[in-house]
Design a protein. Structure first.
Length: 307
């Protein structure tokens, strides 16, 4: 019986487990991949947004996260994802790949997000979501259609143009990106409104393209929830309060699975800290109460008059 089982070993899950361990509790991380770090493992781009980190890409940050957790000998089940959850009284059982199960007094959902496919199927001519598959592609002389209107769509427009694409065009129903990108992407390369796109023929708005990049954002990755009826928003993200507590007592959710206002490494790490402190306080309430009662009895015995 662990004090907490953390599903997902990205920045939020690793942060939560690390704080729990350093506070004297016993966490266990369940991670489907063979190493910790989450989506940072798929990011070859420099991450300049973390104040204490310089000159490191996502993959190096992921490697540091993995090494830090291993240094503190935190129990991890790597390469074995969660496949189901069962609440057993005041504890939770997590079924994992291979037919095994582990139990925890608290449960932390930190399994992050996956790119929204929008009905598209990944292929050599259709890439879904940002990541290493985008960075590894040769765009020289290619015509590229980018579907989506957020930061990832505009940033990858610039990426493919800088790497020699013959042309690139963004197709979106609305624009939701930063001014930084608007200043660098020509308005004539953005088509706003409804459009048709063909997965099989790599076509958008009746034009053929060599490649389609699907940048429709992210969705919560919680396929293991089963019958656990957590409150979720209309898009499927887990709803939490300021302490990262979900609608079920003892279940917490951290990082991008909760659709934070500003999802990134920094907010994910902060979520892990908040959840760990909340779990610590919850688990130690009984211990503190017993300690206080014992201290009061000792005080009373010292002040009683002798016969």
């Amino acid at each position: 019986m662990f004090d907490s089982v953390v599903i997902g070993g990205g920045p939020s899950g690793a942060s939560c487990a690390l704080w729990l361990k350093l506070m004297g509790l016993r966490p266990c991380i369940v991670e489907r991949a063979q190493s910790l770090g989450g989506l940072q493992n798929d990011s070859p781009y420099p991450n300049e947004w973390i104040a204490s980190v310089m000159d490191k890409d996502g993959m190096r940050i992921a490697a540091d996260i993995h090494a830090h957790v291993m240094k503190h000998r935190i129990d991890c089940r790597l390469g074995r994802g969660a496949v189901g959850l069962v609440q057993t009284g005041d504890a939770f059982r997590v079924d994992i790949d291979g037919g095994d199960a582990i139990e925890g007094k608290a449960l932390v959902l930190a399994s992050g997000v996956r790119p929204v496919s929008g009905g598209f199927v990944a292929s050599p001519k259709v890439l879904i979501g940002p990541g290493s598959q985008i960075a590894a592609r040769d765009y020289r002389g290619q015509r590229v259609a980018i579907l989506g209107g957020g930061d990832n769509a505009f940033e990858n427009y610039l990426f493919v143009r800088e790497r020699g694409a013959e042309s690139a065009r963004i197709f979106t129903r609305s624009v939701r990106t930063r001014k930084e990108f608007l200043d660098r992407v020509p308005p004539e390369d953005v088509q706003i409104g409804t459009f048709l796109a063909d997965n099989d023929h790599s076509a958008a708005a009746w034009r053929d393209y060599d490649l389609i990049l699907v940048m429709y954002g992210w969705e919560a990755h919680v396929p293991y929830l089963g019958a656990l009826q957590l409150a979720r928003d209309p898009r499927g993200f887990v709803q939490v309060d300021a302490e990262c507590r979900t609608s079920i007592k003892g279940v917490y959710a951290v990082g991008e699975v909760t659709r934070r206002a500003h999802p990134c490494c920094a907010t994910a790490i902060a979520d892990g800290v908040i959840a760990a402190k909340s779990i610590q306080q919850s688990l130690e309430q009984d211990v503190i109460a017993r300690y206080v009662a014992a201290a009061k009895r000792a005080s009373e015995s010292r002040t009683m008059p002798t016969g």
